[in-house]
Design a protein around this ligand. Structure first.
Ligand code: ASP
Length: 317
């Protein structure tokens, strides 16, 4: 029997000790630890990896510290367009939504697509109608708005930039660099699952979709090898099919989890100016949390163990 394990991320970026106040740092550590513990509790009770990653991402969406659900960034038009994906490594079923503005928890809509539709990806109004038909109450998109995100948009507009939360060159207040969220898990039955959810990039064009809801780009799970959730410059993760590339390097190239994640995150993405990271768990329960940015909000916990959480580069990962 496997040792069940969950890993989560809350985005990667230019996060350094000098930029993050001690108080804010504690808020992140506490939020990440509590969400890992919630995932561990599901796995310890015999729950599925799919349930554990869905719940972990739902909790991350509920937390305004992170750029997903409540606290999502604004588009150029001052609106919110959210993307999410969930994948079951046991069946290779996946569900995703993109460009939704009236679903409180996009990850639950993605899960509904996985469970109740023959499709993989639904967008905008069609996704919202489908979510409503499956019991998700529509919400006003104002619930996603926060003052910090609005200020981010104004600065990005002034600078004519489309801004990743985590760009090290962006002119934004460093206290406000938050990111996409994700979770990967292995349950005690040997099943892997992955989930990713995001508000995307500040000042993105309306209609822009990133890597997060694209199977194989920002999210992938296959019991044969690995579950992966990514965060970073979405367009580069799409062009490299980063999540699937990690799985393919393991499957066809015989690389270990560590070798495959290092190859993609530390070599292939930077070659195209891709900034960010990934969390990954292989089917033996090994965990990798690599990133090529200054930091990544991240952590993991094996069933029965205390969570291990990090933000900066020099912390355990
Ligand atoms: N990858 C996400 C996107 O491009 C952004 C992020 O990770 O923060 O939409």
């Amino acid at each position: 029997m496997n040792k069940a394990v969950i890993a989560i991320h809350g985005g990667a970026g230019a996060i350094t000790r000098s930029q993050l106040s001690a108080e804010k740092e504690q808020q992140y550590i506490q939020a990440l630890s509590a969400i890992i513990e919630a995932g561990q509790a599901i796995l310890e009770a015999g729950g599925s990896a799919l349930d554990a990653v869905t719940e972990a991402v739902r909790l991350l969406e509920e937390n305004p510290l992170f750029n997903a659900g409540i606290g999502a960034v604004f588009t150029h038009a001052g609106t919110h367009e959210l993307d999410a994906c969930v994948m079951d490594g046991n069946t290779l079923n996946a569900g995703a939504v993109a460009g939704v503005s009236h679903i409180r928890n996009p990850i639950l809509a993605a899960r509904a697509v996985l469970e109740h539709s023959p499709h993989v990806l639904l967008i905008s109004e069609g996704a919202e109608t489908f979510a409503q038909q499956h019991g998700l109450e529509p919400v006003s998109s104002e619930i996603f708005s926060t003052e910090e995100r609005w200020e981010q948009l104004q600065r990005a507009r002034e600078n004519h930039q489309t801004v990743l939360d985590h760009s090290s060159h962006e002119p934004l207040d460093p206290d406000h660099k938050f990111g996409t969220v994700g979770a990967v898990a292995l349950d005690k039955f040997g099943n892997l699952a992955a989930a990713t959810s995001t508000g995307g990039m500040t000042n993105k064009l309306p209609g822009r979709v990133g890597d997060s809801p694209i199977v194989g780009a920002g999210c992938y799970a296959n019991n044969a090898n690995v579950a992966v959730s990514c965060t970073g410059t979405g367009e580069v993760f799409m062009r490299t099919l980063a999540a699937y590339d990690i799985a393919a390097l393991m499957e066809y190239g015989g690389l270990s989890l560590h070798q495959a994640t290092e190859r993609v995150i530390m070599e292939k993405l930077p070659a195209l100016n891709g900034v960010g990271g990934a969390i990954a768990i292989d089917n033996e329960g090994n965990v990798a949390l690599p990133f090529n940015s200054e930091g990544m909000y991240r952590g993991y916990g094996y069933a029965g163990d205390a969570p291990s959480v990090g933000i900066y580069r020099d912390q355990e990962r």
